[in-house]
Design a protein around this ligand. Structure first.
Ligand code: NAD
Length: 260
């Protein structure tokens, strides 16, 4: 399947985990890619993986902080300058933050998590939607989380920001459907990426793999999700096959968020 031939897609958080997995699926399907991340080494790694599976793929790497509005405007402008349009946007970069009870959750930590996970997603939508509205087409996938649709605990900043991402998704989806633009969110459960490894290490540093085994026992599928499983979902949602899917939040969590 080559759903992305002649399509231009921006991916944030492309240097690791879910962003990297989605990038590889999009590259395999012919996309021209603008890959954004704070971590330049991660971007290079993703570029090498793309070159291995899709040597013809056109790739633009941009080191940028999504919490910096000017930097976001900069990567959107750079995309239009190089490729002339934006067909898809995986608005994905995010962090978990330090786990703590609400009363102990530092104000600085709260603001840091919200500035990346929520402000960053808003800036991305603000500048990409302007371009997509003018084109009369486009699709955005925002990365929320199960922590954006359920209470997880010890994650004030993460919960506030990811519930906020769901709100932004629904609000803008209602506004931009009339311009041929669809906006959806995904709500991943625990997918084994460096972020989840870091989360398990916060619970028990030396013993994190054992903690992980216990962690997935209540999951109906008894396992972590795989980054490529999220990549397949994101590629579908960004493709023209999903043009009439708008404003939804799609859980990808083995069914855990539906369990009583
Ligand atoms: P990850 O840590 O493997 O990758 C995140 C990437 O985002 C990293 O490359 C990092 O450098 C980049 N990044 C972080 N802050 C940035 C910033 N300010 N500007 C630009 N880039 C920045 O994590 P992941 O698991 O791939 O997470 C990706 C997204 O998925 C996040 O929004 C996360 O909250 C969400 N998510 C992940 C899971 C999971 O289980 N892995 C579950 C639910 C939601």
């Amino acid at each position: 399947m080559k759903r992305f031939e002649e399509k231009v897609v921006i991916v944030t958080g492309a240097g690791s985990g879910l962003g990297q997995a989605a990038t590889l699926q999009l590259a395999e399907e012919g996309a021209k890619l603008v890959l954004v991340d704070l971590n330049e080494a991660g971007l290079k790694e993703t570029e090498e993986k793309v070159a291995a599976i899709a040597p013809q793929a056109e790739v633009l790497l941009i080191a940028a902080n999504v919490a910096d509005e000017d930097a976001v405007k900069g990567f959107v402008d750079a995309t239009v300058d190089k490729f002339g349009k934006i067909d898809g946007f995986f608005n994905n970069a995010g962090i978990e933050g330090k786990q703590n009870l609400t009363e102990d959750f530092g104000i600085d930590e709260f603001q840091k998590v919200v500035s990346i996970n929520l402000n960053g997603v808003f800036y991305g939508m603000k500048y990409v939607l302007k371009v997509m509205k003018e084109q009369g087409s486009g699709s955005i996938v925002n990365t929320a989380s199960v922590g954006g649709i359920r209470g997880v605990g010890n994650q004030s900043g993460y919960a506030a920001s990811k519930h906020g991402v769901v709100g932004l998704t629904r609000n803008s989806a209602i506004e931009y459907g009339q311009f041929g633009v669809s906006i959806k969110a995904i709500a991943p459960g625990a997918i084994m990426t460096p972020m989840v490894e870091g989360s398990l290490r916060q619970i028990d540093g030396d013993n994190w793999e054992e903690v992980g085994k216990e962690f997935v026992k209540p999951n109906p599928m008894r396992r972590f999700g795989k980054p490529e499983e999220v990549g397949y979902l994101v590629a579908f949602l960004l493709s023209n096959q999903a043009d009439f899917i708008n404003g939804v939040v799609v859980p990808i969590d083995g069914g855990q968020s539906y369990k009583y």
